[in-house]
Design a protein around this ligand. Structure first.
Ligand SMILES: C[S@@+](CC[C@H](N)C(=O)[O-])C[C@H]1O[C@@H](n2cnc3c(N)ncnc32)[C@H](O)[C@@H]1O
Length: 242
C-alpha cells in the first residue's frame, strides 16, 4: 500500500492534508505538548508533520514501515535532522527518551488487530519519560451511515471519483476504496484496510499501557468533542515520576 508510487504522490504542498489550515494547528499543539523534550512520530511517512515540527526546534525522530515514504522524507530532511528507524510502530524501538510520542491521521487503524493496536500503545509508553504524552488523531467510526443488513457505504460520488467503504463489523474492519476513472472508462483503484476503534476502546487500550486520558478534542485547535464529532485528537499521559 505504501509503495514507491504512493510515496511519490503523497505530498501535496499547500493543499489537502498539507494545507496550512490543516497542518499549522497540529504542529502548534504538538510543539506545545513536546515542551522542552524530544518527540517521536510513529508512522512518520514523508514528514508532513515532522518536518515543520523540527523547524520549530523540536527534536523529532520517526518510526516508519515504508522505505519509499522515508525516501521522500529524505528529500526534505537528512538523517541527522530527523532520524528514522525502519520498522513496525507496534514493536520497533527508537533510541532515546521522549516527552511526546504522536500518531496522527488515523494511522493507528492501519494496524489490523486489537492486539497490535494495544502493542502500539505499549510501545509508545516504552519510549516516554514519566509524565510523557501519547497523542492519537483518529476518526470516529461511521457506522451510523451503514443501514442494517448492508456491508458498504458510498462516501464520495463525483465525476471521475467514487469512494466506497466495505465493512466487516465482526472484525471491526473497514476497507476504503478510492476509484478514479476517466471518460474512456479506465479506472484505477486505491484500497486501504483499517481496523476502526471506538473512542472508549482507544481509552481502554491506553489504560492497558499505563496511560490516563488527559484530553480529547474534536480537532487540533481544541474544539469540543461532541456526539457529532467525526474525529478526535486524544492526549494520553503517563503518571509523573514519584
Ligand atoms: C496516512 S500516512 C501518515 C504519514 C504521516 N504520519 C502523515 O501524517 O502524513 C500512513 C503511514 O503509516 C505508515 N505505516 C502503516 N503501518 C505502519 C506500521 N505498522 N508501522 C509503521 N508505519 C506504518 C505507512 O507506511 C505510511 O507512511
Amino acid at each position: 500500500m505504501w509503495g514507491a508510487e504512493t510515496a511519490r504522490n503523497y505530498d501535496t504542498p499547500g493543499s489537502g492534508m498539507f494545507a496550512p489550515e490543516v497542518l499549522e494547528p497540529a504542529v502548534d499543539r504538538l510543539a506545545r505538548l513536546a515542551g522542552r523534550g524530544a518527540a517521536l512520530e510513529f508512522a512518520i511517512g514523508t514528514g508532513r508533520v515532522a518536518v515543520p515540527l523540527a523547524e520549530r526546534g523540536v527534536p523529532v525522530t520517526g518510526i516508519e514501515l515504508s522505505p519509499p515514504m522515508v525516501e521522500q522524507l529524505r528529500t526534505k530532511a537528512d538523517e541527522a535532522t530527523i532520524p528514522v528507524v525502519i520498522g513496525d510502530m507496534a514493536t520497533a524501538v527508537a533510541p532515546g527518551e521522549y516527552s511526546l510520542v504522536y500518531l496522527v491521521y488515523n494511522t493507528i487503524s492501519n494496524l489490523l488487530t486489537q492486539a497490535e493496536q494495544v502493542a502500539c500503545f505499549r510501545n509508545a509508553a516504552r519510549h516516554l519519560v514519566p509524565g510523557g504524552r501519547f497523542v492519537v488523531e483518529l476518526w470516529v467510526p461511521e457506522l451510523r451511515t451503514l443501514p442494517p443488513g448492508r456491508t458498504a457505504t458510498v462516501w464520495q460520488n463525483e465525476p471521475g471519483r467514487i469512494g466506497l467503504d466495505t465493512y466487516d463489523v465482526l472484525r471491526q474492519h473497514v476497507v476504503s476504496h478510492h476509484f478514479r476513472f476517466d471518460e474512456a472508462g479506465q479506472a484505477r483503484l486505491f484500497r486501504s484496510p483499517h481496523r476502526y476503534i471506538w473512542p472508549a476502546e482507544l481509552d481502554l487500550m491506553a489504560q492497558l499501557a499505563g496511560f490516563e486520558r488527559e484530553s480529547r478534542h474534536a480537532d487540533w485547535a481544541g474544539a469540543p468533542f461532541t456526539a457529532e464529532s467525526r474525529s478526535h485528537v486524544s492526549v494520553y499521559r503517563l503518571p509523573p515520576a514519584r
